[in-house]
Design a protein around this ligand. Sequence first.
Ligand SMILES: Cc1ncc(COP(=O)(O)O)c(C=O)c1O
Length: 404
Amino acid sequence: MTLEWEKLFAGRVSGMSASEIRELLKLIDRPEIISFAGGIPDADHFPSAAIARAYEKVFQSNTGAGGALQYTISEGYTPLRDWLCGYMDRKGVKIAPDEVLITSGSQQALDFLGKLLIGPGDLVAVTKPTYLGALQAFSPYEPTYVSIAMDEEGPVLADLEAALARKPKFLYLVPDFQNPNGTTVSPARREAIVDLCTKAGVPVIEDAAYAELRYEGDFLPSLAAIDAARNGGVPSQVIHCGSFSKTMVPALRVGWVSGPKDVIQRLVLMKQAADLHTSTINQIVLHDVVSEIFDSHVKRLRTVYKERRDTMLAALEEFMPAGVTWTKPQGGMFVWIELPEGLCGTELLARAIKESNVAFVPGAAFFPDRSGRNTIRLSFSATKPERIREGIRRLADLLVRVSA
Ligand SMILES: Cc1ncc(COP(=O)(O)O)c(C=O)c1O
């Protein structure tokens, strides 16, 4: 007799299913496909030589690589946490090493924060759209979402106030060049969000995954920095998640979460339970690399990605038919397209792969309420400029055919 596994699975996993989009995107691994789907950094610009040198250094050190290959503390490699304290300090947030936890990518921090804060039925406030991976991290803890509409300055304040009045457990936000829609929260809106959340006693989870990738304009204070400025320089209301995946490489799987000590202490216990610690050798290597080249490497990435963003925006301007609108991100990896009412992003993807050899991600997946049917996300970071122009031309041609 075969076991009926479905009946054994806990109720909380019922919402976790492979999506039809994932099935479609399996088809895009062909060289003729121009993919705007990924949302990943360009591997040609990884700091591979610096990483190789750092690994060699570990193995050639006097003490041998023993320590680097050993278990370590759950909090994370101390010199890396010290480096992060300096980094956060430069951004206006004073944290001590015990107010930061190294995680296996910032994705793990989102999972831990869900585990720490969400009980079944608890309300969680998110923007619509929001980062799909955050919904995937939170949903197994069985929240109910209250979603806040966005305009070009970020979350709409009237919606935020209405959401806060319902006392959500927290607000989750990606303030810089949001995945998926590229929006950056304006300085005034940042202040207002921290104000309103402080008054309502609702914590904010700030996801700063893309904050370093700014291609124009001034860097804006993080919500953590605004919160800290009101609280003698230390965080009180805002839990800040950061990642080295977009600035260095994703494969080392190193991210971090910083915030009030009480929160971090609990998260350390979760880290112990989940995987004991993030890879010792990867943390050592990453520390070596960021100490050496963080600023220069990120500067180079900004030049590379800016050209791609500019190419995509220019091609959209040149080729897109009337009725299609898009965001103009100041940084990050994403442009968000709104198709004419009545068109469906998922149906368009199926045709785009088949007829035009172009791929992207339909927008509905980024809405907890599955609205946003007529939106799509394009990523420009991992595609060379010539291919970006050609891909947008093909997509625009398809849209002309579809709308005819
Ligand atoms: C907004 C956002 N947060 C977090 C992550 C997770 O990144 P990582 O776990 O690689 O640090 C991503 C990855 O795409 C992201 O887009």
